[in-house]
Ligand binder design. Sequence first.
Ligand SMILES: Nc1ncnc2c1ncn2[C@@H]1O[C@H](COP(=O)(O)OP(=O)(O)OP(=O)(O)O)[C@@H](O)[C@H]1O
Ligand SMILES: [Mg+2]
Length: 321
Amino acid sequence: MSGVRVRGLRIGGPEGAIVRHLDFDVSPGECVAIVGESGAGKSLSARALLGLVPDGLSWSADELEIDGTAARSLTERQWRTFRGRRIALVSQDALVSLDPLRRIGAEVAEPVRIHEPSVRGEAVAARVRDSLERVSMPEPDERARQYPHELSGGLRQRALIASALSARPTVLVADEPTTALDATVQARVLELIRRIADDGVAVVFISHDLGAVARVADRVVVMQEGRVVETGVTAEVLASPSRSRHARARRGGVSRAARAHPAHRRSAVHRPRRDQALRRTGRRRRRLVRDPPRSYSRGGGGVGIGQDDARSSRGRRDHRG
Ligand SMILES: Nc1ncnc2c1ncn2[C@@H]1O[C@H](COP(=O)(O)OP(=O)(O)OP(=O)(O)O)[C@@H](O)[C@H]1O
Ligand SMILES: [Mg+2]
């Protein structure tokens, strides 16, 4: 089928299974949300869809069909031409791992350059403009000439989505694309995501924000500690009291795996993720200006464009609107 079909996805770590028996489908034109508490396995599952499970972890699936291709058996070389072209990722930490020295236009052009070498010169510029217009970027030509720090967080997120879409993939995976944004900016990015699905793209939307999910998703998959605990039409899943949310409320919103982490052991109450992100982002931005890491020279804003797979998955966010 077109879109995504996943059956029996398993991801294993050094201490055992992290994701077990994950099943879901996303059709073209549909937005399916994967929700769940921190550490439930949402990002790892997203990365598995693009063959980007980090080193040190293993994965397998009974079926993994992406845009009609049996992706389970792709070699790494085949993944490099597949990823970014047929399925693209806006990763959880993409906003702050944008290359500060690369203009937005080059960022958006990157997947075209990699996957469609026959598109050149003016045609690339036209594609960049199309992609920026597709995400309703105001003044697209001017934005294309700017650097990431010249754009607000919301516009940067639009640029990342434009980059993910520029090679015209049929599947888009957006991992927490709105979490770090202010409420009004979030609403606009959510509208955009809905519109992308309405245009016929199969969208996997990862979030722990049920309000956001209610606005964009047709169906929801609720994960808890690596398993699906609930799945169904958004309104029905959100309306019914769920085992997962009761359990989460009892524990203060953190999975068992995440609670083992020292940051959570220090405090019985889970600090709001956005506050943590703000603090980390401020520190990181100052450090980046002084000392941009070498990996930035490889470029790619975490959009799964074929060459990027080694970025941190620590989930740093930006907060500007
Ligand atoms: N590279 C890795 N090696 C070992 N364990 C990992 C690795 N990446 C993630 N994990 C663990 O796998 C589990 C699931 O991680 P994942 O990032 O998928 O969670 P998540 O649901 O996306 O959480 P969040 O909402 O915080 O983004 C966590 O317990 C995490 O610590
Ligand atoms: Mg995540």
